[in-house]
Design a binder for this molecule. Structure first.
Ligand SMILES: [Zn+2]
Length: 126
């Protein structure tokens, strides 16, 4: 019986869960968007912070940004205590998402940007 509780607890822990800041427009959720949210939820949880999406398809991004296609997410990072923890979250997300994705810690304004970028033909456009 105890093992069942442990498995249930583990599943709960692994279940992708993010929060959305006010005004976030998800639109149709793409597989890449879902993968980014799942990786973000686990990376933030492992660091001990809530994962808060601040932008999906909404917001103002550069022309051609993966945001408009639903293949990017911005996460709040200002509530994460240290710079080392922020980069640990970025590294964990990169490790889970793999080489087809880019994950950056942006500075102005500060946030973590993650996008599907299978071509790498152009530098990240966020
Ligand atoms: Zn972004």
């Amino acid at each position: 019986m105890r093992w069942l509780l442990a498995v249930a607890g583990l599943l709960l822990l692994l279940r992708p869960r993010v929060m959305y800041a006010e005004g976030v427009e998800l639109g149709t959720v793409t597989p890449a968007g879902r993968a980014i949210e799942a990786a973000g939820s686990r990376a933030f949880a492992a660091a001990g912070y809530p994962a808060i999406v601040t932008s999906a398809r909404d917001g103002r991004h550069m022309t051609g940004s993966a945001h408009y296609a639903g293949n990017a997410r911005d996460f709040r990072s200002t509530h994460v205590g240290t710079t080392a923890e922020k980069y640990a979250i970025v590294a964990a997300m990169l490790a889970e998402l793999g080489p087809e994705f880019d994950v950056f810690l942006e500075t102005e304004p500060e946030h973590i940007h993650a996008e599907l970028d299978p071509t790498r033909a152009t530098p990240g456009r966020w």
